[in-house]
Design a protein around this ligand. Structure first.
Ligand code: KG4
Ligand code: ZN
Length: 355
């Protein structure tokens, strides 16, 4: 089954064509990073304007790269939510227009289910994974622990009570003057720093549940920087590297600890990392080390290609395929759908609940 998927929930305009939820025939992402770097974050109106300009060329490029004719596409998938409404609406309009024009089904997909299914991309057909799976899915806009007992069955174990870890990376990078997006620039600066230089607070680490909190960590970094400014008048390179390394260590410690406690409690056969922050090498290594330390017999997986960690449309095509497989008849008359900025993953998205 060939699905053309569109993703425009935040600041990437993306289109991909995916065969049977795994094989990526093309994946095009027009990034707006350079534009949003100037403001240190995404301005919704600016993002929406860029989507309007990019959406048609991105879809055309994806079709060209896949070398397909329109009659070969079986269905159109699109991110329904959550995300910025003004961004979602551009991808949604393009997708529903295509579905109508081609007379093909429109499959609406939850953004986080896309991040989760990124881990199925480029896998062999026989390798379907072993359930139950415990997934840490973390990016700029969300931060959750999810239990999957089977395909498309998501149970929320815990989530952030305030900021997402990716958002904390972005805010701390801005405080340190390192640029946007925060994840990659903090990871780079951290390579020159000492992860034990500062002992930042590990909020909710011992809370006894699977929720997270990162706003206190950001405030702790802010206080430290203000003290340093008062002392030295400026931030020295070594100090910035030490803050970056200690911050990254703290976030990786909190995320990995909760993930592995959940994996043990739910006897996970697989442990997955998903979302933009799952691109973080330090986090991946810490999870690997703790799996050994805690003697957990579960297979660790993350996206095979680092480009599938951050926002892309291939992951939406992978998720759409799984939903389609479970209720293929459900999507044929769905062209009256609307984007939904607050969509809830844990309603176990079936077609009727998406309206
Ligand atoms: O999934 P994504 O592209 O967008 C959202 O759905 O939010 O994730 C973007 C987030 C940003 O906050 C970015 O700082 C973070 O993922 N990120 C990283 C890394 N690469 C991206 N965080 C830590 N380490 C990285 N290498
Ligand atoms: Zn995302």
């Amino acid at each position: 089954m060939l699905i053309l998927a569109i993703e425009t929930s935040c600041d990437e305009t993306a289109c991909a064509i995916v065969r049977d939820g795994r094989k990526v025939l093309s994946s095009v992402v027009a990034s707006q990073i350079d534009i949003h770097a100037a403001t240190g974050g995404v301005v919704p109106e600016v993002a929406a304007r860029e989507h309007v300009v990019k959406i048609k060329p991105v879809i055309e490029e994806a079709m060209q790269k896949a070398d397909l004719g329109w009659d070969e596409i079986d269905a159109i998938a699109v991110t329904q939510g959550p995300g910025l409404l003004s961004s979602l609406v551009i991808g949604f309009t393009a997708a529903s227009t295509l579905a109508r024009a081609l007379g093909k089904p429109l499959i609406p997909v939850h953004h986080v289910s896309g991040h989760i299914y990124a881990n199925w991309l480029d896998r062999r057909a026989k390798d379907d994974g072993e359930f139950p799976i415990v997934i840490l899915t973390v990016s700029g806009g969300h931060n959750e622990l999810v239990l999957m007992r089977d395909h498309t069955e998501f149970e929320l174990l815990g989530e952030t009570q305030d900021d997402a870890a990716g958002e904390a990376f972005d805010k701390v990078a801005r405080l340190l003057g390192l640029g946007y997006p925060g994840g990659p620039v903090i990871a780079k600066a951290a390579l020159q720093g000492d992860p034990k230089a500062f002992d930042f607070p590990r909020a909710m680490l011992k809370s006894g549940n699977f929720d997270f909190s990162f706003s206190g960590l950001k405030s702790a970094v802010l206080r430290l920087l203000e003290e340093e400014h008062d002392k030295n008048g400026k931030l020295l390179e070594k100090f910035v590297a030490n803050v970056a390394a200690s911050f990254e260590e703290c976030v990786a410690d909190i995320l990995s600890e909760k993930l592995l406690v959940a994996a043990r409690e739910y006897q996970a056969k697989e442990i997955h990392l998903a979302g933009g922050v799952s691109a973080n090498r330090h986090l991946r290594e810490m999870v690997e080390q703790k799996i050994k330390k805690y003697k957990i017999e579960a297979k660790l997986r993350f996206a095979q290609n680092i480009h599938y960690c951050t926002d892309n449309a291939a992951m939406m095509g992978a998720a759409a395929y799984q939903f389609w497989m479970r209720s293929p008849g459900a999507y044929n008359s769905m062209t009256d759908l609307l984007p939904s900025p607050q969509l809830n993953l844990y309603q176990n998205l079936d077609a009727s609940q998406n309206k």
